[in-house]
Design a protein around this ligand. Structure first.
Ligand SMILES: Nc1nc2c(c(=O)[nH]1)N[C@H]1C(S)=C(S)[C@@H](COP(=O)(O)O)O[C@H]1N2
Ligand SMILES: [Mo]
Length: 262
């Protein structure tokens, strides 16, 4: 096995276990259940959980991928659509708010408003494209929340736009579908579970700090979810699709936890 894969394996294992432990500590009040689950979450237990016989490093990776997907499901089951992420006063906004992407600031994508059309496809009644003006014409709201990046920083920002649940209802999305996927103008892509898509704080975001979203923060449009880690929040969205087929994501396909949130 080459070095890169070994590193990825270490990363997956740590991430899966850390996520699961955090989830258990946070969600389960009863100490008995908590310690039972903690005990079951050893690497040895993973072969039982995944149903994979662990005979070599490849089978370990297969098992870990299955457990990671299992972990996604468990987190989805534990997800509480009424639990709100904390909000903050404007005075706590981090200035300047950090930029991050899988490339540097010199490669920030500049998308022209004129030709921009948001595509909406998949399990929706109204498959059509949207201009920015049409999105701006829908009722808007804003929120001051904390963005947390797995690279080790967090910052408080103010985002405004259309509650995503309103948008999904407006396009007649199948709200019982499993996933909503996003394709971005910079080749980034990600996907989320439907309960998170319908969460009251999930925002189809058109503004940052009450101004049109600047290119660095994802012009013309991004999805902002204070219940999810930074990499789950796609910037420069070009297409949204509703599906029952697991769409993965740019970082998720490289081993980041797909649920990536609380
Ligand atoms: N299109 C696109 N969206 C993206 C990314 C990216 O590289 N491209 N990076 C993600 C990551 S890892 C983070 S932390 C946030 C950073 O958002 P910000 O620049 O508004 O701080 O965007 C997320 N969404
Ligand atoms: Mo991130």
């Amino acid at each position: 096995m080459i070095k890169k894969n070994t590193r990825q394996f270490e990363f997956d294992r740590d991430l899966v276990l850390a996520d699961a432990r955090k989830e258990i500590a946070r969600r389960l009040e009863q100490p008995a259940r908590r310690s039972f689950l903690r005990r079951s979450l050893t690497l040895g237990g993973l072969s039982l959980l995944s149903g994979c016989a662990i005979t070599d490093e490849n089978s370990v990776e297969t098992a870990l991928m299955q457990v990671s997907r299992f972990n996604d499901k468990v987190q989805g089951w534990l997800f509480d659509s009424t639990r709100l992420a904390p909000t903050y006063p404007d005075s706590m906004i981090t200035r300047p708010f950090p930029f991050n992407a899988y490339y540097g600031e010199d490669e920030i994508r500049e998308i022209e408003e004129e030709g921009y059309r948001l595509e909406v496809t998949g399990l929706v009644a109204d498959k059509r494209t949207w201009t920015l003006a049409e999105l701006r014409a829908m009722p808007q709201t804003d929120q001051v929340t904390r963005h947390i990046c797995v690279e080790g920083w967090s910052a408080i920002g103010k985002w405004g736009g259309v509650p995503f649940a309103d948008f999904l209802r407006r396009v007649g999305a199948d709200l019982s579908a499993k996933y909503v996927g996003f394709k971005c103008a910079d080749d980034y892509y990600t996907s989320i579970d439907m309960p998170t898509a319908l969460h009251p704080q999930t925002l189809l975001t058109l503004t940052y700090d009450s101004q049109p979203l600047p290119p660095r923060y994802g012009f013309p449009m991004k999805l902002r979810m204070p219940t999810k880690l930074g990499y789950k929040n796609p910037k420069h969205i070009q297409a949204i699709f509703v599906t029952n087929t697991y769409p993965g994501g740019y970082w998720e396909d490289q081993g980041y936890n797909w649920f990536g949130g609380s």
